[in-house]
Design a protein around this ligand. Structure first.
Ligand SMILES: NC(=O)c1ccc[n+]([C@@H]2O[C@H](COP(=O)([O-])OP(=O)(O)OC[C@H]3O[C@@H](n4cnc5c(N)ncnc54)[C@H](OP(=O)(O)O)[C@@H]3O)[C@@H](O)[C@H]2O)c1
Length: 280
């Protein structure tokens, strides 16, 4: 069998890292991590790095930074996917955001440019609470967020990675768009309460208006790019449009999607939510 040579963009990120682990021991698969710190390096902001990173590769997992909804994403995705196809890439798997109209423009570009493709649209990751933006507030014991009553089907990055690995390896997923959700709807407040319960820590939750939240981020000197994205996600996407569950994870993996409670139990054992010293 021919060896599949796969480039994982965002190979150190929340899903890319997991996909790399899943592919690590497979026969006939070679993996290259797409990262600014690898050699060859890959940087979305430096197109000169793209050709070298694509050399000898036949399949690419695309995770864009910071989000496919940012205004210049279609231009960059068009440039990258065209170059990838010119360089012989046979298949692209794109990680997209569920309910993001703007991200769908990029999906269409991939569909029009790639020889073969799979689109994986994901809801908010569970791991945002342990590996990303919500970790620090959880560690400080105070989470303040807008849209406290919106129900979201938080999805586990392990599940997303398994679906992506399947899509990268198996041609039966060619030409398919999957919408991945967890198996139940939770508000941010309920999600934080579950973490508090399992860790035995007090974590206060305050509901804010979006304006108050943005003002708070500015006070913490969060960059304007991140503020733009947060504003977009909380104003456009978190309006209840994603408050429904799909069974695409089960359809692809033949098992149920990971429940938020199981994610919390597993993650609590790693101690990540107890490491208050991380903040000092
Ligand atoms: N998080 C969610 O809830 C969620 C939900 C749905 C969809 N998504 C989508 O998933 C994708 C990944 O989002 P994420 O926030 O979860 O990030 P992530 O996968 O954890 O990726 C973070 C990685 O991005 C890499 N990176 C940052 N800037 C880069 C650049 N200029 N060029 C190349 N690589 C760069 C960094 O790797 P190096 O330092 O190694 O270069 C970092 O390890 C985004 O497109 C997002 O829209 C996320």
């Amino acid at each position: 069998m021919e060896t599949k040579k796969i480039l994982l963009l965002g190979g150190n990120g929340k899903t890319g890292r997991r996909v790399a682990q899943l592919l690590a021991n497979k026969n006939d698969v070679e993996v290259r991590l797409g990262s600014r710190s690898q050699n060859p390096s890959f940087d979305w902001e430096n197109p000169k790095t793209w050709t070298e990173a694509l050399k000898g590769i036949d399949t690419v997992y695309i995770t864009f930074q910071p989000d496919l909804a940012v205004p210049n994403a279609p231009e960059i995705i068009k440039k990258f996917t065209s170059l990838a196809t010119e360089n012989g890439i046979k298949k692209m798997v794109l990680l997209s955001g569920r309910g993001e109209k703007e991200a769908q423009i990029c999906e269409e570009i991939v569909k029009a440019t790639a020889r073969k493709w799979t689109i994986v649209r994901a809801s908010w990751f569970n791991q945002n609470f342990s590996e990303s933006i919500f970790l620090e507030p959880i560690l400080t014991g105070f989470v303040a967020l807008p849209k406290a009553s919106i129900l979201e089907p938080f999805t586990d990055a392990d599940d997303i990675a398994e679906v992506v690995a399947e899509a990268l390896l198996n041609e039966k997923h060619d030409g398919k768009t999957y919408e991945l959700t967890g198996p139940r709807l939770l508000t941010f407040k309920e999600a934080v309460a579950k973490i508090a319960k399992v860790t035995g820590r007090e974590i206060a939750f305050q509901s804010l208006s979006l304006e108050e939240y943005i003002a708070m981020l500015r006070e913490y000197e969060v960059s304007e790019d991140v503020i733009w994205l947060v504003n977009y996600l909380f104003s456009e996407v978190l309006d209840g449009r994603n408050s429904s569950i799909t069974n695409d994870i089960e359809k692809v993996l033949g098992r149920k999607a990971t429940d938020f409670t199981d994610y919390v139990a597993k993650t609590a054992k790693t101690g990540i939510w107890n490491e208050v010293n991380q903040l000092s």
